[in-house]
Design a protein around this ligand. Sequence first.
Ligand code: R5P
Length: 294
Amino acid sequence: MSAVILAFADSMAAADRLGASLDLPVRDVAVHRFPDKEALVRIPASAQSVILYRSLDDPDRKLIELLLAASAARDSGAERVILVAPYLAYMRQDKAFHPGEAVSQKVIGGLLASHFDALLTVDPHLHRVATLSEAIPGISAISLSAAPLLTALIDAGDNPIIIGPDSESRQWTEAIARPLGLETLVATKQRLSDRQVSLTIPDVEHARGRRAIIVDDMISSGRTLVEAAKLLRQAGATSIEAIATHCLAHPDDLAFMAAHGIARIASSDSIDGPTSKAALAPLIAHAMRDNGLA
Ligand code: R5P
């Protein structure tokens, strides 16, 4: 089956790395914005198998462009259209927390399932559903873990302590700390608003005199990291770093975290930026080959 990777400008560098791993051509999708902000999407090439590559941070704009590109690929003769979205948005709202709220995961999951034959993502933020297939029903929905790549970013020589900033982070702290034989602490977190959280870290005194590395699936406003860093510093940690699969933080938020003593932030390249230190391409390429998608 002939295949091509189509990518948007914002994901081009990472898509190029996937193209190199899979030995497939990568072409860029053109987007024109009309004065009324409507998008015109044009794909440059097609093939029997089209792999659309785009992370879905800033999702509302990107999703529409992506669906238009998928439709153009089918109209151009693609027999199979695959989405590789290393960061997948709208997975957190998996129920109506208050009366009248939309269940975004169900809506967006259904929309993606109706436009793609297969979807591959990395560390999706799933709480109350056990598998990605429940969120993206009826197609092959593959969820990969970036934990081995993030583990490789850690220098364990001086016996740092690994901190999970909330109960959901336990899966990542354990996957990362276990192979290195490092101690982990897991905080309890209460979210008060978009940019306000309150944390407690049981046994935080274990961080005294040690380098602390906070591990999470995603960094958004950075407030979770900042609150954890405050507690760790008070407890006597010698330095504080953070590692996450996805870093969605804006430059102002990165500066805020640095100003609060977070010395280093490293993430995968799911969203290209200053924290991207681990390329996902080999992991994604391996999974695509294993699942007969490339
Ligand atoms: C939430 O449960 C996630 O795992 C992250 O902890 C959260 O999204 C981080 O958000 P922020 O950086 O805005 O505190």
